[in-house]
Design a protein around this ligand. Structure first.
Ligand SMILES: *Cc1c(COP(=O)(O)O)cnc(C)c1O
Length: 352
């Protein structure tokens, strides 16, 4: 595949210090663009990062045919750059695309395009522990048409942004029993833009009450737990590790979730993927068996929970320093990503 590349005259990478950067505000020198016109993918281009112009009638602005992914690239001690499990994100991107009546992005465009883009902007991948280059692939409908119908033209893009160390202050969680994030038959299992727009108001209200994130529950009677914020969730109850199963189509199949399950199982823990109710969590809490609770996702990796508020009651968790499962998991994932331990699962995709 030929990628037409137009490079910046002078890189801005030296101006950036990843250790004190605010996430999502600074973008690397280049971006990738590939258009799909009437079902035919055009040759991708790599261009200097910058504004794109479009008609005010562009369909995605009005009707939300828009999806994205989130991936990270890491620099190891030898200075090599690897991306964490990007093929899994490519597959998931196409699952989202299908649900939103959008075309599949060919592997060649998604994977080779990403590889070339990261190789070109390799100086943007921080070589500081806990830092990475965040990769944001996305696609939106570009028809200039405000009639409601599935679009015929789409644009796929990738932009990247250096990400500093994510300080995982333990979060206070509010168990949501009014709003719903996802319902069977809906789009909860996709990274569709509208999912996030719909969560802004509930999250704002939760913050006003003094909590950091929402634990989403099912839409029938708010009993079965789904996810926290935009992360998958794990609970350590007694000697069991439990995470909600994906069968209902209401939960995003996180790559970090899958990695956590595989690593924990290999370590000898048993991870149960099954329906889990807030009542079961509360009973465990009363028995003194609610040991750990954490979110998993590409941005925060492992986000510990310090308390859960449900139905007028606060459940406090033990201090994070005492947590055996998630502290081990966090270190193991970091060691794989920075090349400090053997990559037994071949998760690290080499760029250069
Ligand atoms: C992206 C996302 C996750 C985490 O997925 P990862 O692949 O681990 O980053 C979980 N839940 C939601 C709703 C998400 O959007």
């Amino acid at each position: 595949m030929n990628i037409n590349t137009s490079k910046v005259a002078v890189s801005r990478s030296q101006e950036v210090n990843a250790s004190n950067i605010q996430f999502g505000k600074t973008y690397s020198d280049h971006m990738l663009i590939a258009d799909c016109i009437n079902g035919v993918w055009q040759e991708p281009q790599i261009l200097p990062y910058g504004d794109i112009s479009m008609s005010p009638a562009t369909t995605f602005i009005h009707y939300g045919q828009s999806i994205f992914e989130g991936i990270k690239a890491y620099k190891n001690e030898e200075g090599e750059i690897h991306i964490f499990r990007p093929t899994d994100n490519w597959k998931r991107f196409n699952i989202s695309a299908e649900r939103m009546a959008m075309p599949h992005v060919p592997e060649e465009i998604f994977m080779n395009g990403m590889k070339e883009l990261i190789a070109l902007d390799k100086d943007w991948v921080p070589n500081i522990d806990d830092c990475s280059l965040y990769i944001r692939p996305f696609m939106f409908a570009t028809d200039e048409f405000i009639g409601i119908k599935p679009a015929e033209n789409f644009r796929f893009m990738i932009i990247t942004s250096p990400a500093g160390a994510y300080y995982n202050k333990p979060t206070k969680i509010y168990v949501q029993n009014k709003y719903v994030r996802a319902f069977p038959g809906g789009i909860g299992y996709t990274k569709a833009a509208g999912n996030y727009g719909a969560c802004m108001l509930p999250t704002m209200e939760t913050r006003k009450l003094g909590y950091d994130q929402i634990l989403w529950t099912d839409g029938y009677d708010h009993k079965f737990v789904q996810e926290i914020g935009t992360m998958n969730v794990f609970f350590v109850l007694g000697d069991k590790i439990i995470t909600p199963d994906l069968s209902g189509g209401t939960i995003l199949a996180g790559v970090t979730r899958d990695s956590a399950i595989k690593l924990l199982n290999k370590k000898g823990y048993t991870v149960e993927e099954r329906p889990l109710t807030i009542d079961e969590i509360r009973e465990s809490f009363y028995k003194g068996e609610l040991k750990e609770a954490f979110g998993t996702g590409t941005a925060a990796v492992i986000a510990p929970i310090s308390e859960l508020f449900y139905d007028g009651q606060t459940m406090n968790l033990p201090p994070v320093e005492e947590w055996e499962v998630s502290n081990w998991l966090k270190k193991e994932l970091a060691d794989i990503r920075y090349g400090r331990t053997e990559d037994k699962y071949h998760w690290m995709y080499k760029v250069c």
